[in-house]
Design a protein around this ligand. Structure first.
Ligand SMILES: [Zn+2]
Ligand SMILES: [Zn+2]
Ligand SMILES: [Zn+2]
Length: 140
């Protein structure tokens, strides 16, 4: 699966109008290297050497989400998972597949899903997120 990851993380920050800090670059790098969406705890674990506190990670993530650099994905346990928005479109995130046997979640970057229709008057959709459950090839 080929992922579109930004080659220059510093450029990405400045394009979003964010000042470059060690903390931001660190979190961004973890997300760019990740195989799937990560929780704030998981990001903190990878960054352990830099010893960031939890509040700083949450604040950094909130800031990334606000400028659209990072999307929140809700997986099986309703915890926020975070990933770079580079592989999403304006109105829709790529689907996520979670294996109910081994628990692994994969980004289905090449999978196309139609936008929902017939949602009714007055509703405004900001983003569609699709979550799939089943067995991965290793478990099927
Ligand atoms: Zn997304
Ligand atoms: Zn599996
Ligand atoms: Zn993903």
């Amino acid at each position: 699966m080929k992922r579109r990851n930004p080659e220059n993380l510093e450029q990405l920050l400045s394009r979003c109008g964010l000042r470059k800090t060690r903390q931001r670059l660190g979190v961004l790098k973890v997300l760019a290297d990740a195989a799937g969406p990560l929780t704030a705890e998981e990001i903190g674990r990878v960054l352990r050497r830099a010893k960031p506190d939890k509040v700083t990670i949450y604040r950094t993530l909130a800031c990334f989400v606000e400028v659209g650099l990072v999307h929140r994905a809700y997986l099986e346990d309703r915890t926020s998972h975070y990933e770079l928005s580079a592989n999403c479109s304006q109105r829709q995130c790529h689907p996520h597949f979670t294996c109910t046997s081994c628990g692994a979640t994969r980004c289905m970057i090449d999978t196309k899903v139609e936008m929902v229709r017939g949602i009714g008057r007055g509703f405004v959709i900001h983003r569609q997120q699709v979550r799939l459950e089943g067995l991965c090839p290793d478990c099927a």
